[in-house]
Design a protein around this ligand. Structure first.
Ligand code: SAM
Ligand code: SF4
Ligand code: SF4
Length: 355
């Protein structure tokens, strides 16, 4: 049985024995958020993430034995919490495809020191499950939705799921108290920019927070081109021309969305300018793939296997030391350095790393 000081020790900052354990990376950034991908599979084939031409019937997804068990995810998350993580987000692929996800949510929400536990989902499998997720300890939810018109939604997601189903998921999340719901809309020029105002209008006054996201060059599959990015400024100006906007202060350091409120009291929106307004200087996120690879940047070419340490019977202390060393050496700032040359580099796919 583990007797490690990392096991169940609670938030690192609250544990004097761990003082000095919090790693700052080479650019002075502290670890705060953990994204946990629970599967690399998805029931959608969004053009900007898992284009069906690449993620077709012959695509090799992770076999079951390579995927972390719930116990392994719990153990790693505890280690990360002891190293300073206060916020965890469950993601994928599509996290709701992972069987018994509520059980994992319950396990993670019981970790002392987890201040916030959230999930990002396409919501197609959410109707009927939101209450159970909330009961298990999920605090909030982010739903991805790129269009209100079914034909545009189909052009983005490449599936026959009606928009209504996603909206039902949002409604259930609201009824379960997973509020405010954040709604992520990736904007791709030539495909869905005509949905910007429709989406803004639909979510105005609902209390939900619509967040527009610039189309990013994650992975090497989505055929990314700069001229298909609708910039944060363009999005803001477009919305503001219809409903005047006022900037809102960030909630906390490291918040990726620039926040705005409608001047007429219609609520709040966010704009994530990952490409044109990089925020690497405040990047405090660690990412764990479903097969236990630890990534320090969304655009990294390779990760660091923590599963091999787990399955090699290493102690929590040893795993923590390993993570600390990786974080201490971290100097990622891909978005600040983005160029034609970086775009050609190999990068992990979004469906593996989870956004
Ligand atoms: N399947 C879930 C979903 O779509 O919400 C969770 C995983 S998905 C990879 C996480 C987020 O990444 C989604 O909000 C999605 O829109 C976003 N995303 C994926 N590829 C992207 C890209 N190329 N540019 C910007 N955002 C992207
Ligand atoms: Fe699936 Fe989410 Fe990627 Fe769309 S963005 S293909 S829903 S993982
Ligand atoms: Fe963080 Fe990498 Fe994104 Fe910069 S490019 S904000 S370092 S994930």
């Amino acid at each position: 049985m583990e007797t490690s000081r990392y096991r169940g020790a609670g938030k690192a900052s609250a544990d004097p024995s761990l003082n000095g354990a919090l790693p700052a990376d080479r650019l002075g950034r502290h670890l705060h958020d953990l994204r946990i991908s629970v599967t690399d599979r998805c029931n959608f084939r969004c053009v900007y993430c898992m284009p069906k031409e690449v993620f077709g019937p012959g695509f090799r997804f992770l076999p079951k034995e390579e995927i972390l068990t719930f116990e392994e995810i719990l153990r790693l998350t505890r280690v990360f919490v002891c190293l300073g993580v206060e916020k965890a987000r469950i993601t994928g692929g599509e996290p709701l495809l992972r069987r018994n996800l509520e059980t994992l949510v319950r396990m993670l929400s019981g970790i002392p020191g987890i201040g916030d536990l959230t999930m990002t989902t396409n919501a197609s499998l959410l109707p009927g499950r939101a209450h159970a997720l909330r009961d298990a300890g999920l605090r909030r939810i982010t739903v991805s939705l790129d269009a209100l018109d079914d034909d545009v939604f189909r052009a983005m997601s490449s599936v026959e799921v009606p928009v209504r189903r996603v909206l039902d998921g949002i409604r259930d999340a609201e009824a379960a108290g997973l509020v405010p719901v954040k709604v992520n809309m990736v904007v791709k020029r030539g495909v869905n920019e005509d949905q910007i105002l429709k989406m803004a209008e639909y979510f105005r006054g609902t209390g939900h927070i619509l967040r527009f996201i610039e189309f990013m060059d994650v992975g090497n599959s989505n055929g990314w081109r700069m001229d298909e990015v609708v910039s944060a400024r363009e999005i803001r100006d477009h919305v503001a021309a219809r409903w005047p906007l006022e900037p809102v202060e960030a909630n906390y350091r490291g918040e990726v969305a620039d926040r705005y409120r409608y001047a007429d009291g219609g609520g709040e929106i966010g704009i994530i300018g990952s490409v044109t307004l990089p925020f690497c200087g405040d990047c405090n996120r660690a990412r764990l793939t479903a097969d236990g690879e630890f990534f320090t940047c969304l655009f990294a070419g390779k990760g660091h296997s923590l599963r091999s340490l787990l399955r090699d019977n290493r102690s929590d202390d040893e795993i923590a030391e390993h993570v600390r060393g990786i974080w201490a050496g971290r100097r990622d700032r891909y978005s600040e350095l983005r160029s034609e040359a970086t775009v050609a580099l190999p990068r992990v796919e979004m469906s593996r790393i989870g956004g």
